[in-house]
Design a protein around this ligand. Structure first.
Ligand SMILES: O=C(O)CCC(=O)C(=O)O
Ligand SMILES: [Fe+2]
Length: 261
C-alpha cells in the first residue's frame, strides 16, 4: 500500500494528479487534495500535506474508477488492503469489548455498518518545519483508525501532558482509537490526540484507514457500562458530531468534550 501510494505522489506530475482532484469545498470528499491550510488570522500555514482519500466501505460507496491507475496494481492493492484492515478493525473491537466484560460483538454492533475511508497522506519536505505542522493536533472522529507510516517518522501522540514520537516500525500498524470508541466504552478507552510534524529534508508518507459509523447512527455508551458507573457522555447522532468537528476545527479533543456529562 505504501509503495503504490508513494508512486502516485512521486511519479505523477501535478496535472496528472489533479485529474483525481476531490471537491475541496466539501468534507472528506474522495480523491486527491492538497491541504496547505492557511490561517485567516495571520496567514500562517496550518497543515502541510497532500492526500488521496478513498471511499472503500460500504461497497455501495466504492468506485475504484475514481482511484489512480498508476501504478497499474493501485486499485487491486487498495481493495485488498481495505479488506484486511476491516478484518483487523473488527478483531480489535471484539478484543476491546471482551476486555471490558462485554459481549464480543458489543462495540461493532454499536458502530453498525463500517464506513471505511483510506487516506494516503504525503507530506513534502517543509523549508521551515518549526513554523508549521504537517497535520494539526486532533483526535479522529470515528471508531478505530489503523495507520501505517514509512521510515521517516513524524507522527506524535499526546500522552501525560507531552508530545511523544511514535517510532516508525516498518511492519507495525498503529492503532488509533477514535472518539466514538471513547463514547461507546463510556470513557474506559480514550481516543488519542495526535498530530504529524514536518521535516525539512525528506518527504513522508502515511496511510490512515478510518472505520466510522454511518452519519445516521446514534452513538451512546454501552448500557452494561452505564449500569456500573452511570453515563459519562451524551448520546450523539454521528452526522451531527462530524458537522460540529468541521465547524469548530479539530483543536485537540474539544469536539468530544462537548458530549461529556
Ligand atoms: O500522517 C499521520 O501520521 C497522521 C494522519 C492522521 O492522523 C489522520 O489522517 O487523521
Ligand atoms: Fe488522525
Amino acid at each position: 500500500m505504501r509503495t503504490v501510494g508513494s508512486s502516485f505522489f512521486e511519479d505523477l506530475d501535478v496535472s496528472e494528479k489533479l485529474k483525481y482532484g476531490c471537491d475541496q469545498g466539501s468534507a472528506a470528499s474522495e480523491g486527491y487534495g492538497s491541504r496547505m491550510l492557511v490561517s485567516e488570522k495571520d496567514d500562517t500555514v496550518l497543515d502541510w500535506r497532500d492526500y488521496f482519500d478513498h471511499h472503500t466501505f460500504p461497497l455501495s460507496r466504492r468506485d475504484p474508477s475514481r482511484w489512480p491507475i498508476h501504478p497499474p496494481n493501485y486499485r487491486n492493492v487498495v481493495e485488498e488492503y481495505s479488506e484486511q484492515m476491516k478484518l483487523l478493525a473488527q478483531k480489535l473491537m471484539a478484543l476491546i469489548s471482551e476486555s471490558l466484560g462485554l459481549p464480543s460483538s458489543c462495540i461493532e454492533d454499536a458502530v453498525g455498518e463500517f464506513y471505511q475511508n483510506i487516506t494516503v497522506s504525503y507530506y513534502p519536505p517543509c523549508p521551515q518545519p518549526e513554523l508549521t505542522l504537517g497535520l494539526q493536533a486532533h483526535s479522529d472522529m470515528g471508531a478505530v483508525t489503523l495507520l501505517i507510516q514509512d521510515d521517516v517518522g513524524g507522527l506524535e501522540v499526546f500522552k501525560d501532558g507531552e508530545w511523544v514520537i511514535v517510532q516508525p516500525l516498518s511492519d507495525a500498524i498503529v492503532v488509533i482509537l477514535a472518539d466514538q470508541t471513547e463514547v461507546i466504552t463510556n470513557g474506559e478507552y480514550k481516543s488519542s490526540v495526535h498530530r504529524a510534524v514536518t521535516n525539512s529534508n525528506r518527504a513522508r508518507l502515511s496511510v490512515a484507514t478510518f472505520h466510522d459509523p454511518a452519519k445516521t447512527r446514534r452513538i451512546s455508551p454501552a448500557p452494561e457500562l452505564v449500569a456500573k458507573s452511570g453515563p459519562r457522555y451524551k448520546e450523539v447522532l454521528y452526522g451531527d458530531f462530524v458537522k460540529s468537528w468541521y465547524t469548530k476545527g479539530p483543536e485537540g479533543k474539544r469536539n468530544l468534550d462537548a458530549l461529556l456529562l
